[in-house]
Design a protein around this ligand. Structure first.
Ligand SMILES: CC(C)(COP(=O)(O)OP(=O)(O)OC[C@H]1O[C@@H](n2cnc3c(N)ncnc32)[C@H](O)[C@@H]1OP(=O)(O)O)[C@@H](O)C(=O)NCCC(=O)NCCS
Length: 138
């Protein structure tokens, strides 16, 4: 199940994020101000999240700031479930997401899900470029 973020899972966010490419725009101190959603495989008092998404609403688009799955729980459909959860909130809009140029898994994964790279953002990741991906959600 996917639920809204609660600050008690702050340390889990950081653990899931281990070894991920840094995001240029997220202010981690303000994470409660973004729309943050957490994926749980099981639900109970001791359950820990397997992944999360952070999105921001812009006038004509929903921007994915982060979509990340714990390295131990990848390739089990968690990322796809989080993406589907975002797409349900973006019907009639564009979804935009930036990916680090070296994140080949992320690039391939988005392409497989209908996202098109339309722009290279030079130097987005302090010295490294990023690709801007978009998908129109009908
Ligand atoms: C990209 C990411 C979100 C995918 O999440 P996931 O839960 O592992 O992905 P799913 O189980 O939903 O999808 C599995 C698919 O991804 C591919 N995949 C996932 N990890 C992979 C890897 N390390 N190498 C190659 N392919 C990989 C699988 O081949 C599989 O393809 P298929 O659907 O054709 O079988 C996850 O790898 C991740 O958190 N990466 C770091 C952050 C990131 O890159 N986010 C995306 C950009 S915002």
């Amino acid at each position: 199940m996917i639920v809204k973020y609660d600050p008690k899972w702050w340390s889990c966010l950081k653990e899931i994020d281990t070894n991920c490419f840094p995001h240029p725009a997220i202010d981690w101190e303000l994470v409660s101000n973004y729309m943050t959603r957490m994926y749980f495989h099981t639900w109970g008092p001791d359950s820990v999240p397997y992944g999360y998404s952070i999105t921001k609403t812009c006038p004509n688009a929903l921007m994915i700031l982060k979509l990340c799955v714990h390295p131990f729980h990848r390739c089990k459909g968690v990322g796809t479930a989080l993406l589907h959860d975002i797409e349900l909130r973006a019907i009639g809009k564009m979804i935009a997401v930036n990916v680090h140029e070296l994140n080949l898994t992320g690039i391939y994964w988005l392409q497989q899900r209908g996202y098109k790279s339309i722009r290279i953002d030079r130097n987005l990741y302090s010295g490294r470029d990023g690709y801007a991906f978009y998908k129109e959600i009908k």
